[in-house]
Design a protein around this ligand. Structure first.
Ligand SMILES: C[S@@+](CC[C@H](N)C(=O)[O-])C[C@H]1O[C@@H](n2cnc3c(N)ncnc32)[C@H](O)[C@@H]1O
Length: 252
């Protein structure tokens, strides 16, 4: 499937997925929460820690800085950041109470403090110019990203950095087709292994469709620049299947 042009992509994504985003996805994460970390580990063939490590290596934080992890889920990013730099003030926001509960337990088990808030990230409940850095991993396909990225820009201090990591749409069509085949297989396997409930089973095709309608590395860089971010840089691994973006809110 060829996705619509970038200029109309957000409208097309919203028209196609609005009901899943607003009505179904939270049930999926409520069911998946207890085995989310293990399922990701299986689906990534054990490479999850390496993926997170690669992303964290792109994140530049200094002692005393205030950081927000958006769509924090089970707190993988907040924990990895605090393990690297304990003198950070880390905030997390997510809509799923179940994912946050697992996240709280994960942080507590390591003796780390993450300030968690529940809420829809399309409207961030924080003042303007509040954070030195914001991170967002593995969630953008479920979001109206222009709105969320604009909100992130609002809550960043001038000169603040936004770090983004997600599975992206590979530019090469052959890689893209193989990738979707692998993901389909993986979703089937993890559903069996972890005995997924109806909400997750019903959304299996959505996870592929959402990726097909998503952005490539270059397109995502264009979206960030269009929203007023500067110094946008991107790194990819696995032929563009996974991308790490860094973008800066201008100082002026
Ligand atoms: C695939 S998980 C990623 C979690 C975590 N960032 C990670 O890397 O493991 C996606 C998360 O996004 C959250 N989410 C999806 N849509 C959201 C929204 N509109 N507002 C807040 N959280 C949302 C879900 O609850 C879920 O915890």
């Amino acid at each position: 499937m060829t996705p619509p042009p970038v200029a109309t992509r957000e409208i097309a994504r919203e028209e196609r997925f609005n009901s899943v985003w607003t009505e179904e996805l939270n049930d999926v994460f409520a069911h998946v929460a207890p085995y989310y970390d293990r399922a990701n580990c299986v689906a990534s063939l054990g490479l999850l820690r390496w993926f997170v490590g690669r992303f964290i290596a792109t994140v530049d934080v200094r002692p005393g800085e205030r950081v927000l992890d958006v769509c924090a889920g089970t707190n993988a990013i907040g924990i990895a950041l605090l393990e690297r730099e304990p003198a950070l003030e880390v905030h997390a926001i997510d809509r799923s109470a179940a994912m946050q509960e697992v996240g709280r337990r994960n942080a507590r088990a390591k003796g780390l403090r993450i300030r968690s808030l529940s809420g829809d990230v399309h409207t961030l409940p924080f003042p303007d110019r509040h954070f030195d850095a914001v991170t967002l991993q593995f969630a953008s396909r479920h979001l109206r990203i222009r709105r969320v990225f604009a909100e992130i820009r609002r809550v960043l201090k001038p000169g603040g950095r936004f770090y983004h990591c997600d599975m992206l749409r590979p530019a090469n069509p052959v890689v893209e087709r193989l990738y979707y085949g692998y993901l389909r297989l993986c979703l089937g396997f993890t559903a069996l292994l972890f005995r997924s409930g109806p909400p997750a089973l019903n959304c299996r095709e959505y996870f592929i469709d959402a990726l097909q309608m998503f952005y490539s590395t270059e397109e995502l860089s264009d979206v960030l620049e269009d929203l007023g971010y500067r110094d946008v840089t991107a790194q990819t691994v696995f032929a563009g299947m996974l991308g790490f973006h860094r973008a800066v809110k201008p100082a002026g």
